[in-house]
Design a protein around this ligand. Structure first.
Ligand SMILES: *Cc1c(COP(=O)(O)O)cnc(C)c1O
Length: 249
């Protein structure tokens, strides 16, 4: 043990733990791709760092992580600002429910927003992107609980029915926004394979109007294999790398 501070020793142990878990995640993703007969190069892993300190994001950046996910504007903007100089390569993905009045702030630092579920939010993001002179990739979030015939899940967000296409149209029409594709969270207690198959079906319908909207953001720590099998291009993985979230909601 070095004689330096406990914090430094703890940081080293934490970095080693993150490296170990990240390595295992990469193996897991490669195995999922192989099982689905897919090229792992077609998969982007977004490591969701919400509720964890900026030191963890820095350690992950040092391990080659390029894509990080956050779910609250205040936390995300502070982390992005703290790491902008040291890690300009980091791409920030906003994955949580987003209030319209936070859209302008998010458009300043986010490369992608995975949770666009209202036309009004799309317009607010477009205004923010224009003001910042940036382009933001947008995923339209689909409420799979509603799509599978259950009640909509307001806590999770997401558009249902024809609204999915309306939001996609609004994103595609907006200068400063790029329609990447669709995003969803598998509803609790549902078979994720069935949920992601439904997402793929909705995506096929959206692509008839927007052929370039080929990205599919699906799959988290607990269900990424099912998502890869269903054609996910972006996996949003938090706890498998960072551990149980402190004070998780
Ligand atoms: C927190 C979060 C994740 C990561 O979930 P884990 O189960 O920790 O992998 C993925 N997507 C969204 C939308 C999230 O809010």
């Amino acid at each position: 043990m070095s004689t330096s501070s406990a914090a430094e020793g703890g940081g080293g142990a934490r970095a080693a733990q993150l490296a170990d878990r990240l390595g295992r995640l990469r193996e897991r993703v490669a195995a999922a791709a192989a099982a689905a007969g897919r090229d792992p190069g077609g998969l982007t892993v977004v490591v969701v760092t919400k509720f964890f300190p900026v030191a963890d994001v820095q350690a992950l950046a040092g391990l080659g992580v390029l894509d990080v996910g956050e779910s609250r504007d205040q936390e995300a903007s502070a982390k992005a600002a703290a790491l902008a100089a040291a890690h300009p390569e980091l791409r920030w993905h906003f994955v949580g429910q987003l209030q319209t009045n936070k859209a302008r702030s998010v458009a300043r630092y986010a490369s992608a927003v995975h949770s666009v579920d209202r036309v009004r939010l799309a317009r607010a993001l477009a205004a923010g992107a224009a003001a910042a002179g940036r382009e933001v990739d947008c995923f339209v979030q689909v409420d799979l609980a509603a799509a599978l015939g259950g009640p909509a899940d307001p806590a999770r967000g997401g558009a249902a029915g024809d609204d999915v296409l309306h939001v996609a149209d609004a994103v595609a029409a907006a200068v400063g926004l790029r329609l990447a594709g669709l995003m969803a969270v598998a509803p609790r207690g549902q078979d994720p394979a069935r949920a992601f198959a439904e997402l793929a079906a909705v995506a096929e319908r959206v692509r008839r109007a927007h052929p370039g909207a080929v990205a599919l953001s699906a799959g988290m720590s607990g269900d990424l294999e099912a998502a890869v099998a269903a054609g996910a291009t972006h996996l949003r993985v938090g706890s498998a790398v960072l551990g149980t979230r402190p004070g998780a909601r």
